[in-house]
Design a protein around this ligand. Structure first.
Ligand code: ZN
Length: 428
């Protein structure tokens, strides 16, 4: 089929006028602009190929949400916001336990549908139950499910690591959904468990992700074993009474000595830097990717995000929604809007890149996040009330909205359609 629209945003840096995307099966054959190129594409397209023309619309690649917890979708609105990380976690631990008896499957399914209808076609999803792997595999959404490990008891490190790796191995036979491993966070994973998970992930070639340097409470706990987060975990009987931190190291320094910064991992949040952190990150900048979660950042009322420092150091940063337990939406369009508020000097093109190619690269996919020959045919069609007349306006419209997602296509098949499926189609 050939999709045609006044504008095709093939990548954050390439906006085509009178553009088209020629798709055969699950892949993009070619992307181009102008009548002559369109007619050439049409002449070589298969006999049964249709042309779908979208007036007043923009075609762009499906968005990439590099960090989400689809299993936590049912927790939307249940937890306190802007009252500090420890208060949130105090509510989160029992809420997550209760979720396992109700809302887990229906919430995860809702999360998948919300993502697709918001134009997200690839996710980096965190799973603590194994439920999302099966549901994602039978859906049109694709990506990586990172099986999550939590455990502060060093004596149980071997057992926890084995069970998480086993879950990842079981899930890794679906073509659209790969498995990865997620040591949850420095404040919830013991050093022996982290070391073991990194070793096993390296040997079995599982991608890694970890929440890191999310809150001041986390930094305080890891540096010297004090503060509200350490106290909460002790009160809950999760943290040993004698824990005194990681020899004065920050969370970033602590995971660095275990090799996480050179493992290709997605480091999620990275809201705070302590002295020495940036130097350490800069030295290993090709070995990891950062996922910034703007909606979650606002939810907790964190200090300004150190994006300028990451950019100046040449560190790759992409965007994620995090779970609805700490955000109001799973839409990457909302994340781009929030990112535009957080980083007013950043060009719209950069926000789009962070929600597309940067996310795809962070997850290890070279065939997503942009429309080019050989790319997976993950495509969305959007409309904006003020239809753009130039390339800059297209990028601004995508970031600032409001926009309507007219259609979402994954792997060459329409999954969300506002119009009847044949409404805009005619035979080539
Ligand atoms: Zn998260």
């Amino acid at each position: 089929m050939i999709l045609r629209a006044p504008f095709v945003l093939a990548s954050s840096g390439t906006v085509l006028r009178d553009g088209f995307v020629h798709i055969e099966g699950e892949r993009v054959v070619t992307v181009g602009e102008g009548g002559p190129a369109f007619r050439r594409a049409r002449s070589v397209s298969s006999a049964s190929s249709r042309v779908h023309s979208f007036d007043d619309s923009v075609i762009l690649p499906g968005l990439v949400n590099a960090h989400v917890h689809l299993e936590l979708t049912a927790l939307q609105g249940l937890l306190p916001r802007e009252q500090g990380f420890s208060s949130w976690l105090r509510g989160m631990i029992p809420a997550r336990r209760d979720l396992e008896s109700s809302g887990l499957v229906s919430g995860t399914t809702d999360g998948i549908n919300l993502s697709l209808s918001a134009g997200t076609t690839t996710v980096g999803d965190i799973s603590s139950t194994g439920v999302s792997q099966a549901l994602l595999s039978s859906s049109r959404l694709s990506g990586i499910v990172f099986e999550e490990a939590i455990g502060l008891d060093p004596d149980r490190a071997k057992e926890v690591a084995r069970s998480v790796v086993e879950r990842a191995r079981r899930g890794n036979d679906s073509p659209g959904v790969l498995s990865g491993i997620s040591p949850h966070a420095p404040y919830s994973v013991s050093s022996p468990l982290l070391a073991r998970l990194l070793r096993m992930a390296g040997r079995l070639r599982f991608p890694l992700t970890m929440h890191l340097s999310e809150s001041p409470e986390e930094i305080q706990m890891i540096q010297d074993g004090t503060g509200p987060l350490a106290n909460l975990l002790r009160e809950m009987g999760i943290l040993a009474g004698g824990y005194s931190g990681e020899e004065g190291m920050s969370p970033i320094q602590h995971v660095a000595r275990h090799g996480l910064l050179s493992s290709g991992a997605l480091l999620v949040h990275m809201n705070y830097l302590t002295p020495g952190d940036l130097e350490l990150l800069s030295a290993d900048r090709a070995g990891f990717h950062i996922v910034c979660c703007p909606g979650s950042h606002r939810f907790f009322g964190h200090e300004p995000y150190p994006l300028d420092q990451y950019r100046a150091a040449g560190i790759s940063v992409c965007l994620g929604t995090d779970g609805l337990s700490s955000n109001d939406s799973l839409s990457m369009f909302e994340e781009m809007k929030e990112a535009a508020r957080m980083f007013p000097g950043l060009p719209p093109k950069e926000m789009v890149r962070m929600a597309t190619t940067a996310g795809a690269r962070a997850l290890g996919f070279s065939d997503r996040g942009a429309l080019h020959q050989g790319a997976l045919a993950d495509v969305i069609v959007i409309r904006t009330p003020d239809f753009p007349t130039g390339s800059d306006q297209v990028l601004e419209g995508v970031v600032q909205g409001p926009i309507d997602i007219e259609r979402t296509m994954t792997r060459g098949t329409w999954v969300v359609s506002e119009r009847p499926s044949d409404g805009a189609a005619n035979r080539a």
